[in-house]
Write a protein that binds this ligand. Structure first.
Ligand code: VGL
Length: 193
């Protein structure tokens, strides 16, 4: 059965030192690279997303001077800036598809993004006959959550590799993992995957 790895938003602005740093982001970047070193061959497709917001405007209310860190955020991941690049600790050699999302709008799920060629994640998974997807990256309580829920809605069996995700806040990250489990995702550590 064909399997995909979805790597969500492992970008400089979401790791230590970034505009919207998530504690443990660097560790996730390194751990995903180590996981890929051993397991890239297990996957038919490996899709990595980047938040890619417009420099102009507030991206549909996503950027705010006084953010609530739930629905509004400080400026982050502006297209073409260092903050929007993959964290250099993430080895992207094995990535088969790169997706950009959030141009002018909030877009938490990688299923809202497109490759340079215009492909959606859903279309890539369907074309590759993917039935199972493992989800890793940042942030557990926002973009990982939304991407995994959309993967379930797309009809694939989802696993969250729980040692390869990092969240903005502990409470909302715990809730997100519970919500994903209730929605049908399997929560498993990468060593047991
Ligand atoms: C994200 C907050 C704002 C994420 C993106 O990647 O989870 N979080 N924008």
């Amino acid at each position: 059965m064909s399997r995909a790895l979805l790597i969500v938003d492992v970008q400089n602005d979401f790791t230590e030192g970034g505009a919207l740093a998530v504690a443990g982001g660097d560790a996730v970047a390194s751990a995903v690279s180590a996981y890929l070193d051993a397991h890239a061959g297990d996957y038919e497709v490996i899709i990595a997303s980047r938040d890619w917001h417009d420099a102009e405007g507030d991206n549909g209310g996503h950027f705010h001077d006084d953010p609530d860190f739930i629905d509004s955020w400080p400026v982050h991941c502006v297209a073409g800036t260092e903050g929007a690049e993959y964290d250099p600790l993430l080895d992207t050699d094995a990535v088969t598809h790169h997706v950009h999302k959030g141009q002018g709008i909030p877009a938490y799920s990688m299923f809202e993004g497109r490759t340079e060629k215009g492909e959606t994640v859903g279309a890539i998974l369907t074309a590759a006959g993917v039935m199972e997807a493992d989800v890793v990256g940042i942030a557990t309580d926002h973009c990982v959550r939304a991407s995994a829920l959309d993967a379930i809605a797309h009809g694939v069996q989802v696993r969250i590799l729980t040692d390869l995700v990092a969240g903005v806040a502990p409470g909302s990250s715990r809730s997100a993992l519970a919500e994903l489990a209730h929605a049908g995702a399997v929560l498993v550590e990468s060593g047991d995957a």
